[in-house]
Design a protein around this ligand. Structure first.
Ligand code: AMP
Ligand code: GLY
Length: 422
């Protein structure tokens, strides 16, 4: 079968790497892809906002399956659009993608199905006074969230009510995130440790993929501003059988019950972002896609054929499927451009990739080829993934790979996984 994968980051390179290994994959197209995916298939210049062009490409190339990497096209309804043309899609419908596209919808959904989450209230742009009153009476810290998609920047943890009021105002008046902020969720702060849990679902049954922990802050010791993710590790020692059983019981199964009860059309990944607080899992958010950089450690640990899993999901045969998981640890270290997550330059020459260990997996996050020259093309540039028999071993292998690669201004965190080694 011919497969079209949509997206351009490290997540998509890792998905492409896994898809291309399948004997069921006759040819892989990636749109728009990056320099890494170009080695695994054919990159196609298509805008992810141009659904008619994507549909026409699928029909011209007789694409048998479209796999959607990022959230924006899903929230915009790409799955509905392609399904109407008879093209099978891994990715939820627009209505189901509200689980990520509207935090207010997601929080109300969690409440309807009894899923433990932080206490919250939602306010829209004509409820500014109510929002201010709610903040004035809220214990500190207080978390203010833009309800819509805000490229990972829509969550602010406020240590004072003045800050919270100012942030909520900037969101509600549209100046912070435009339409995405005209609804806000204000919720209580949960202290704890985060874990990312992934399932592949056909809307009724699901297979559980390996959990991962990601490292969001730019600085070592989890300091400085948030990024898209600076590294990840899987498995996560504290996510033991007992915690995973509670996560399935209290969050995953109720979510699938809700998806069924509300008639949401969902074939694809669900990414559950949990805060484990006092030993109890609280669901912070849903994402309707895989995580990045979590995919760069989850895909290497999945031994099952991903195309077969997708085919099972598309035909509603996921019940009873047991994925085969590699027992080894996988860690990834993200190399980023100098200045990221603030302003940074693109177009720096990348060298040293030829020295990377052939067993390591160097996933491209933001790169492009200029003739034969490999250039940086984003804030996050390369995710260096490696296996190990323990977390320290996997991390040190990943760090060794990053250490071989150079580009001007390159930076990576050397403390990925440290908190899990104590
Ligand atoms: P979200 O997009 O909702 O996952 O939020 C992004 C990040 O903000 C999360 O990964 C957490 O690190 C943090 N966060 C969100 N909500 C809370 C909360 N209620 N308590 C503490 N941290 C939070
Ligand atoms: N690593 C977090 C995310 O993909 O949203």
């Amino acid at each position: 079968m011919k497969i079209l994968l949509l997206g351009a980051g490290g997540r998509e390179h890792a998905l492409a790497w896994k898809l291309a290994q399948s004997p069921r994959c006759e040819h892989l197209f990636i749109a728009p892809g990056n320099a890494g995916t170009a080695a695994l298939g054919t990159n196609v210049r298509l805008s992810l906002a141009d659904f008619p062009a994507i549909g026409a490409f699928c029909q011209r190339e007789s694409i048998g399956m479209v796999v959607v990497g990022p959230e924006q096209p899903l929230v915009d309804g790409i799955a509905d659009y392609l399904q109407a043309l008879g093209i099978p899609v891994i990715g939820p419908s627009r209505a189901a993608a509200r689980l990520e596209g509207s935090k207010q919808f997601a929080k109300d959904f969690m409440q309807r199905y009894g899923i433990p989450t932080a206490q919250h209230a939602s306010f829209s742009t004509h409820q500014i006074r109510e929002a201010m009153e709610y903040i004035a009476a809220h214990p500190l810290p207080v978390v203010v969230k833009a309800s819509g998609l805000a490229a990972g920047k829509g969550v602010v943890i406020c240590q004072s009510r003045e800050d919270a009021a100012a942030e909520a105002l900037r969101m509600l008046d549209g100046s912070a995130f435009g339409a995405a902020g005209r609804e806000v969720v204000i919720e209580s702060f949960l202290e704890g440790i985060e874990v990312s849990v992934f399932v592949l679902t056909d809307g009724r049954d699901y297979v559980l993929l390996p959990p991962a922990k990601d490292y969001k802050r730019i600085g070592e010791g989890d300091t400085g501003p948030n990024t898209g993710g600076m590294g990840a590790v899987s498995p996560v020692p504290f996510a033991d059988a007992d915690l995973m059983a509670r996560i399935e019981e209290q969050a995953i199964r109720p979510t699938l019950r809700g998806i069924q009860a509300e008639g949401l059309d969902y074939t694809g990944f669900i990414f559950f972002g949990f805060m484990i607080s006092g030993g109890q899992p609280y669901l912070l958010e849903y994402n309707v896609r895989m995580g990045d950089p979590e995919t760069e450690v989850v895909m290497p640990r999945l031994r099952s054929d991903l195309v077969e899993l997708f085919e099972a999901a598309l035909s509603g045969r996921l019940g009873g499927v047991q994925p085969d998981i590699d027992p080894r640890v996988c860690a990834t270290v993200m190399m980023v451009s100098g200045g990221y997550p603030g302003a940074y330059d693109k177009g720096k020459a990348i060298t040293g990739l030829e020295h990377a260990d052939p067993d390591a997996m160097i996933f491209h996050a933001g790169t492009r080829l200029d003739d034969v020259l490999l250039l940086t093309d984003g804030g996050r540039v390369l995710a260096c993934s490696a296996y190990g028999s323990s977390i320290p071993e996997a991390v040190s292998q990943a760090l060794a790979q990053a250490g071989q690669i150079q580009f001007e201004g390159a930076y990576f965190r050397r403390d990925i996984g440290q908190d899990l080694m104590r």
